[in-house]
Design a protein around this ligand. Structure first.
Ligand code: PEP
Length: 209
């Protein structure tokens, strides 16, 4: 899938830096790939053309917020992208659209590109309320039931959702995410790219780059 943006979301994997380095070494060295490892590996893995992204961040740049990581910190170590509003953050950590909106604003202020995940279209307007720099926002459509389940969205339903998102936010690029694999990735060829979880940790990932 040439020139499409491919985002590798490692989630909370792998366990060691050595393993993380091994995964990155396997990747084709292409500039349309964004790798999003856990925070602890962000500053250690060596990249050439592949770009760096984070899986989350806080909405303020410093202060008494134990355990949080700020947009300014991410920027300072060379991160270009941040995933926000992932389904797992919404469902496990109870992040709501209001919180995600604060994060989107803070990341844009730090000149980071935002990959905003939504599983329902109704999450879009509130998450992007008051955002002006929409050209730096990439929307990832990820149906909740397709994430990590092996049950990808049908090409026709995904296309229907893509068109609806484009109608609402024409200047945003739109990615598909949810059980993408080497056999189904071409089903989403109308999208501007893919957000990939499990497959991005495997050697087969290169075949979709
Ligand atoms: C994801 O993490 O956003 C994702 C889509 O995961 P998977 O590809 O494993 O379904």
């Amino acid at each position: 899938m040439k020139k499409k943006l491919i985002v590798a979301n490692w989630k909370m994997n792998p366990t060691t830096l050595k393993q993380a380095e091994g995964i990155v070494k396997r990747y084709k060295d292409v500039s349309n790939l964004v790798v999003c490892p856990p925070f602890v590996f962000l500053n250690s893995i060596k990249l050439n053309k592949v770009q760096l992204g984070a899986q989350n961040c806080f909405w303020l740049n410093e202060g008494s917020f134990t355990g949080e990581v700020s947009p300014a910190m991410l920027k300072s170590i060379g991160c270009k992208y941040v995933i926000l509003g992932h389904f797992e953050r919404r469902s496990i950590f109870k992040e709501d659209n209001k919180t995600i909106n604060l994060k989107v604003k803070a990341c844009l202020k730090s000149n980071l590109n935002v990959i905003l995940c939504i599983s329902e279209l109704k999450q879009l307007k509130k998450s992007l309320d008051g955002i002006e720099r929409l050209n730096k926002v990439i929307i990832a459509y990820e149906p909740a039931w397709a994430i990590g389940t092996g049950k990808a969205c049908s090409a026709s339903l995904a296309e229907k959702k893509r068109l609806l998102i484009k109608e609402l936010f024409p200047s945003c690029r739109v990615l598909y995410g949810g059980s993408v694999n080497e056999d189904n990735y071409l089903d989403y060829n109308n999208f501007d790219g893919l957000l990939v979880g499990e497959l991005s940790l495997k050697k087969e990932f290169n075949s979709i780059l």
